[in-house]
Design a protein around this ligand. Sequence first.
Ligand code: SAH
Length: 352
Amino acid sequence: MRNEIRGAIDALAESGRAGRDGLKALIALKDQDETSYLRSRAAEASEKVFSRAVYLRGLIEFTNYCKNDCLYCGIRRSNAACERYRLTADQIVGCADQGYELGFRTIVLQGGEDMTFSRDDICRIVSRMKENHPDAAVTLSVGERDRESYKAWFDAGADRYLLREETGNAELYKKLHPAAQTWENRIRCLYDLKDIGYQVGCGFMVGAPYQTADDIVDELEFYIGFRPHMIGIGPFIPHKDTPFAGMPAGTADMTLNLISILRLMFPDALLPATTALGTISPRGREDGILAGANVVMPNLSPAGVRAKYLLYDGKICTGDEAAECRFCMERRIESVGHHVEVSRGDHPSFRK
Ligand code: SAH
């Protein structure tokens, strides 16, 4: 192992910082001894705070209508080949009930930016879910809205919000989105959400088109200032009906390096081993847990709509039922010596 690499990993483990050049070197690590050392230091840090517990979030993909046109995303507005669907409020609440039965204590509602779900519609759905299951957390991931909506949903009982910033700087953001979507508004949303009192999840795609190691360090520096409660990263995977169809995918190796780096920088953060990581590599989620991740998000969407929520090509688990995903995930977690914890899995700073 190169001395400067060991030094950077040790510095990161001890102080949570490694400088721009140190971070750039760690992001790109390929040597097996070096990556194993990085991952083992991250696993140690994770075990100290979370004792090998992995939290489950049940994901309901409730609509694939979207008014946005992100160049990388399969459900972007301009994709005429995308077969659209939206679940009814009763279907959404029914999926959440089923998730609760299966032992999920966090339900995530994710969708495209579908404005037919008004502020009040979402309030009603959140209230019904919280009424049925007061001990479960509700996470929303429905994109950029005004502060008043975020506040109304929080008051209706929503606990958490996932909104990936996607990039750590406005320049790269412009290359991945049309001009109508601005990085400034996305960041404004994140600060509003935090200020209102949500536990907030950020994140980005590893190996997104045009992304450099410097861009990734910008993300990491953004997190130092913003302090997200959760950081969700997964490899970029091209979708055939988008402008980025021909772009190369991100790699599992770089994603795993970054999970470990994030774990060492933010020992108490919630870090998911994402479906995109499981898509790019068959053992991706298990490796993610071993690299320091402590959250998985099995799919709870009705089997009939899953194949339509295709953000990228080749997405796994689109033919399964909720119960299959739940128990498959538990076996995978146990196969690497970790265990599922049936609890809300709040960020340590939010535990009562
Ligand atoms: N509309 C919501 C949910 C977006 S989908 C929102 O704006 O937050 C959730 C995440 O999937 C996105 O934030 C993006 O980072 C990721 N994603 C989209 N297309 C992808 C692709 N082609 N490969 C990998 N991840 C992708």
